[in-house]
Design a binder for this molecule. Structure first.
Ligand code: SAM
Length: 286
């Protein structure tokens, strides 16, 4: 390797999802020093650069879902030559429901450096202000347009314990939420719209409440929906519990220990197991 040549890298840079003030100083610095900036739409990104007094000076190249594979080869060549290559999308974090994942994979597979200047992302921003559990979540992207594909997807959500995040357009939002309300009426939902913009708003409630509200009102703008996961209710048969208790008693275990053991192993309420234990003991008394 040429020691005098700087090491090249691909840097994914997040850009604002509404408020231009969210562009980080580091992002600006990378824009100034990049050899080339790949973006989804050069006309769109030129507006961002001129708003920040940065001359794109012929450095903008288009990289979108239709040419990402072909452009990846050029990116790899440039990084290998030692260039600083920046990748942005129209808004938010590249590669997240936007082009980027395939070019990152190509550069990484070539053993070259990939880095990030993190920042706005609609998914994380919506989740963080949803008021719903954030420890574990699943991102479903855009809802399928076809009703039968939605039905199939929603059936998998019956047992999904993690918080579910998806995008939906304002035109289809009310319809999709009322479909969901039929399956999961009591699940909590947060409809998050126009993040960081003038009309930023979060509608919170059960699916039934929010779906009913949206039937009365027009909603506009960009939207992320955050939906509570399901709480798994495991129905354990009383006969199964009795059988487990009888097994414990036959090996001479005390009522208390048998109840603790069975409640723990079957994952059922101790109170219920204790009640059944009293019955089993009574039945066994001659
Ligand atoms: N890569 C982007 C990111 O990290 O935010 C997401 C790109 S995805 C193609 C665009 C979708 O994100 C929009 O259709 C909308 O659902 C959501 N979105 C983008 N900006 C938003 C905003 N300011 N408020 C709410 N949702 C937004």
């Amino acid at each position: 390797m040429d020691e005098t040549r700087p090491e090249g890298q691909l840097v994914l840079v997040a850009t604002p999802i509404g408020n231009l003030g969210d562009l980080s100083p580091r992002a600006l610095e990378l824009f100034r020093s990049a050899d080339v900036i790949y973006c989804e739409d050069t006309r769109h990104s030129r507006v961002l650069f001129s708003a920040n007094g940065i001359s794109s000076g012929g450095r903008l190249q288009a990289l979108h879902e239709h040419n990402e594979v072909a452009q990846s080869e050029h990116v790899v060549t440039r990084v290998r030559e030692g260039q600083l290559v920046v990748l942005i999308s129209d808004a938010g974090t590249p590669g997240i429901s936007d082009p980027g994942a395939r070019v990152v994979a190509a550069v990484a597979a070539a053993g070259l450096r990939v880095s990030t200047a993190p920042g706005p992302s609609a998914v994380v921003a919506a989740l963080s202000i949803s008021g719903l559990p954030t420890e574990r979540f699943v991102m479903e992207g855009f809802m399928p347009r076809k009703a039968n594909e939605r039905v199939r997807l929603f059936s998998t959500w019956a047992e999904e314990e993690r918080t579910i995040v998806f995008y939906e357009s304002p035109q289809r939002l009310a319809g999709v939420l009322s479909e969901l309300a039929r399956s999961f009426p009591e699940r909590r939902v947060a409809v998050v719209r126009e993040l960081t913009k003038l009309h930023e708003e979060v509608l919170r409630g059960t699916l039934l409440e929010v779906a009913a509200h949206l039937e009365q009102r027009e909603i506009l703008g960009e939207i992320v929906v955050v939906l509570e996961g399901g709480r798994l209710v495991v129905e354990v048969d009383a006969e199964l519990i009795r059988g487990a208790l009888e097994e414990q008693f036959s090996s001479g275990v005390s009522t208390r220990d048998a109840v603790d053991f069975v409640a723990e192993t079957l994952g059922v309420a101790r109170r219920l197991v204790y009640q059944l234990a009293l019955d089993v003991r009574k039945d066994a008394t001659p």
